[in-house]
Design a protein around this ligand. Structure first.
Ligand SMILES: [Zn+2]
Ligand SMILES: [Zn+2]
Length: 684
């Protein structure tokens, strides 16, 4: 997925081959290499042809594969600058590395059983129960018993459990404090993936690529997976083995494995042995450690193929740091948002979007965020002259910027999303129409936005259209309990009597009545133009989703049930005014009529998605001359994006999401681009 570039170079008159180092103290110009998954040749070495040194050896790698970023102490990338420095190569490994005909020529991570890292297992009492050769069999035996095994992977610990065990999977959910957010599953091969999910050519390529992300796929019915792996979403995230260690575990276990981040929910990924033992105490039954330090903890990436191209949902191992094609300027650090946090950095020579850090809710994640900044600025050898942040006053990142004592630069949330989308397509010097739809973002007028249409250049945006605002009763409580927004939306569209009658099937009548009384009180029911909240409301009306365990769960459930073959749509008229509005009330009226006629949720959901797609196309036609960018977390919805793409009859380009995450994980890229192009505009 990563671009490879060939550039012409002038001859420099050398007569022999040598690798020269990018030394010096100036800002780093070289590209920081991303981690690579184990290659097929190394798997073959591990399975059969590697001899005593490599057969069954979990750290086998070559020039084409193995860890890079996660083991880097500094640049340039060479063994002495990585945690492989702790493992001097044996004579046999050294010979391979000096042989120009060997696959391991100059392989910085080259090692074997005689000289490389080792495995061992520890049980709940902290006792070492297996050494290097017995570690994989011990972990497999524990998995067979339904135990949770914490494995030190490439970028951090992962929690593994038998994905087909109906008792073990819920046990992991209970221990990790993760009631229903889907778990990723690791399988040995594409064939195994196809047994669990529908995999097209692009998806197979995404699964097999060296970046090795989790790929979100449409789940097949009647598979061996335990119900609690995906909790009824209709999709499943699958990945292939990242390292020989993962491969050996899967080969010996013979069944798919749940493979989820090794952390307490909401806390950062664990990456060293002692912290993993203490922090995952009560979650794991067995720890499978190794002795190669992880220098830069990094989660697994997540992608989903949408309209034929991979879209990054989480930019992490294999994909980060992501080089950004931006003008150079003064060294600048963009801090991103509050959830799905990631930072973007320009050192004056190059710009990158860093890896996913997590939601900056707990102290652990906040301290990881601060470590990430220190790590990135050292690696890229720079000291930022200013900090770029979101305009939301309560974000941790905003306060971090304000308290830094450095110059700051605030960028509106949805403008950042649009600019990230422009950057995705190399449109940074163009004027675009940006459709920025997400859950929650702080708007220029101090209200919560999320269904916005902006006329944008990289340094400035003007809002021209939005979704008609809807009341969010109870503020944040309305996000956790979508029945509240559903009741508000129904009250506006079909009146309080019908609204209460519909929702009281799920919620006590008295609570409904009380809430309707409070709808007019703006302090209790702030207005929001958020498309994410409209999805919540419709999911609650159609599916009865009264509670949301995680952000976007109702929308994901709604997308999951839609039947593409169902015909029909709902009206979503454009209402002219100072600000053009898409009025969802006629949509809700027809949707309720459909439900009253006994229409299935599959049909109603499809019609809802089709109405939104038509609404987006309709708005775009109103401003006909500019390229259109779709951005924001709502466009993680494959069905919605594909419906817009199918309905697109325009000659002008439609910019769909791609490698820069459309969700808040891509905000920092948009922030950085805004600051750097504003430099250009003002000549700073
Ligand atoms: Zn290899
Ligand atoms: Zn060796």
């Amino acid at each position: 997925m990563r671009d490879q570039r060939d550039e012409p170079a002038e001859p420099v008159g050398r007569t022999s081959f040598a690798l020269t180092l990018d030394g010096g103290d100036g800002p780093l110009a070289a590209v920081v290499p991303a981690d690579l998954a184990v290659c097929p040749e190394c798997i073959d070495d591990v399975v059969r042809s590697g001899g005593a040194r490599r057969k069954g050896y979990a750290f086998t790698s070559c020039t084409n594969c193995g860890p890079r970023y996660s083991i880097l102490r500094s640049m340039p990338y060479e063994r002495s600058a990585t945690s492989m420095d702790d493992f001097p190569p044996c004579a046999a490994c050294q010979r391979e590395m000096s042989n120009v005909d060997d696959r391991r020529f100059h392989a910085q991570t080259n090692c074997c059983r005689d000289c490389g890292p080792r495995l061992w297992c520890v049980d709940r009492s902290g006792r070492r129960v297996a050494g290097d050769r017995e570690a994989v069999p011990a972990a497999v035996a524990a998995l067979r018993e339904g135990s949770v095994v914490a494995v030190k992977g490439l970028g951090g610990y992962q929690l593994l459990v038998d994905a087909t065990n109906e008792r073990a999977v819920p046990r992991l959910r209970a221990r990790k404090g993760r009631p229903s957010k889907p778990f990723a599953v690791m399988v040995e091969s594409i064939d195994d993936a196809e047994r669990l999910a529908f995999v097209d050519e692009t998806e197979a390529a995404a699964l097999a690529c060296a970046e090795n992300p989790i790929v979100v796929l449409r789940q097949r019915g009647g598979t061996s997976l335990a119900a609690d792996v995906t909790c009824g979403l209709g999709s499943v995230g699958l990945m292939l083995p990242t390292t020989p260690l993962h491969f050996l575990l899967l080969r010996n276990f013979g069944r798919p494995l749940v493979c989820t981040s090794g952390n307490v929910e909401g806390e950062p990924l664990e990456h060293d042995e002692s912290a993993a033992e203490s922090r995952l105490d009560g979650i794991a039954d067995l720890w499978l450690h190794h002795d190669r330090p992880i220098e830069r903890p990094i989660d697994d990436s997540v992608v989903r193929v949408v309209a034929g191209r991979p879209v990054t949902l989480r930019l992490a191992r294999g994909l980060a740091p992501l080089p950004l094609d931006l003008p150079t300027g003064s060294p600048t650090l963009a801090l991103g948002g509050h959830v799905k946090s990631a930072v973007a950095l320009s050192n004056g020579v190059q710009s990158v979007l860093g890896p996913h850090i997590g939601d900056l809710v707990g102290l652990g994640s906040r301290s990881r965020f601060e470590q990430e900044i220190v790590g990135a600025t050292r690696l890229y050898r720079t000291t930022p002259h200013r900090l770029v942040h979101d305009r939301h006053p309560d974000y941790f990142t905003t306060r971090h910027a304000e308290q830094s004592g450095q110059p700051t630069f605030g960028v509106p949330h949805h403008h950042s999303h649009v600019v990230a989308g422009m950057l995705e397509h190399g449109w940074i010097d163009q004027r675009v129409l940006g459709v920025a739809w997400d859950g929650t973002g702080f708007g220029d007028d101090g209200t919560i936005w999320g269904g916005e249409v902006l006329l944008s250049a990289a340094h400035r945006s003007r809002r021209v259209a939005r979704l008609r605002p809807l009341p969010l009763p109870g503020g944040d409580a309305g996000i956790r309990e979508p029945w509240r927004v559903a009741l508000a939306v129904l009250t506006e569209a079909v009146g309080p009597r019908v609204a209460i009658a519909r929702m009281s099937e799920r919620v006590e009548v008295r609570r409904c009545e009380r809430l309707v009384e409070l709808l007019g009180k703006r302090r209790f029911s702030p207005l929001t133009s958020s498309a994410g909240r409209l999805f919540d409301a419709v999911a609650a009306i159609v599916l009865g989703t009264a509670h949301a365990d995680y952000e976007a769960q109702p929308a994901m459930l709604l997308e999951g049930v839609a039947d593409r073959s169902a015909g029909g749509t709902y009206p979503l008229p454009l209402v002219e005014g100072d600000l053009v509005e898409l009025d969802w009330r006629p949509l809700v009226v027809d949707l309720v009529t459909d439900l009253e006629k006994g229409c299935s949720p599959a049909t109603v959901s499809m019609r809802f998605h089709r109405a939104l797609a038509a609404g987006i196309v309709h708005v775009a036609k109103r401003w006909p001359s500019r390229p259109v960018v779709l951005t924001g977390g709502v466009f993680q919805n494959r069905l919605l994006v594909e419906l817009v793409a199918e309905a697109w009859m325009d000659d002008r380009p439609l910019g769909l999401p791609g490698v820069i995450p459309p969700n808040d994980g891509g905000l920092a890229a948009g922030q950085l681009a805004t600051a750097l192009t504003s430099d250009f505009a003002t000549g700073v």
